[in-house]
Design a binder for this molecule. Structure first.
Ligand code: GRF
Length: 201
């Protein structure tokens, strides 16, 4: 059974979607460990409720590389095959990225390369985009810049607020992330430059 490690900092609804998909046998693996940089994160409670090892690590006062090295150790100790960032509010250093080459995913609430960075749903809304959505991508050393594994569009409606748009995108995220994780765990894709070629798609 393959294992994923999920890095979180907050609410953890995507973590929950991954846990639920695993329990239904739809993930191609299981969630082996959850690591949070925020002690009070709801995501940690969700992990504990699901019987998954849940680890808090404080980054304050540590050099970025040292902190990332600690997280890498934890993930290795749990024999993680794939790392999933799910609302993880830190940029990873090269130390981390090189420890899991081509095996780190992130989910972003916009159609990349549009609207990278923080508050992407509001960015799309303020820009007046008619379509936004969600993206799962491989993580490289840039900000939301790695090769795209899966995307799904969500319409932006005239009476949307940033909050209603975010809620509609979040629903899509909860299906998209497990689907992308399954593709990766089953080895059904290969990377050619910026393009991720998925078997059968
Ligand atoms: C999601 O919108 C995700 O796309 C972004 O951060 C948010 C995390 O939400 N990267 P949750 O913690 O999974 O509920």
């Amino acid at each position: 059974m393959k294992a994923i490690g999920v890095l979180v900092s907050g609410r953890g609804s995507n973590l929950q979607a991954l846990v639920d998909a695993a329990r239904r046998g739809e993930l191609g693996g299981d969630v082996g460990v959850v690591v949070s940089t925020v002690e009070t994160a709801l995501a940690l409670e969700r992990a504990r409720a699901a019987g998954i090892p849940a680890v808090f690590r404080d980054h304050r006062g540590k050099k970025r590389e040292d902190f990332d090295g600690e997280i890498v150790e934890i993930l290795r100790a749990h024999h993680v095959d794939l790392v999933c960032l799910a609302g993880f509010m830190r940029l990873l250093s090269p130390v981390f990225i090189r420890a899991f080459p081509g095996r780190i995913l992130n989910i972003h609430p916009a159609l990349l390369p549009a609207f990278p960075g923080l508050d992407a749903q509001r960015q799309a809304w303020e820009h007046g985009a008619k379509v936004s959505g969600a993206t799962v991508h491989l993580v490289d050393e840039g900000l939301d810049s790695g090769p795209i594994v899966a995307q799904e569009a969500v319409p932006v409606l005239s009476d949307d607020t940033p909050q209603t748009l975010a809620a509609r995108i979040l629903e899509v995220e909860h299906c998209l992330y497990p689907r992308a994780v399954r593709i990766m765990l089953e080895g059904r894709c290969r990377v050619e430059g910026r393009r991720v070629i998925v078997e059968g798609e």
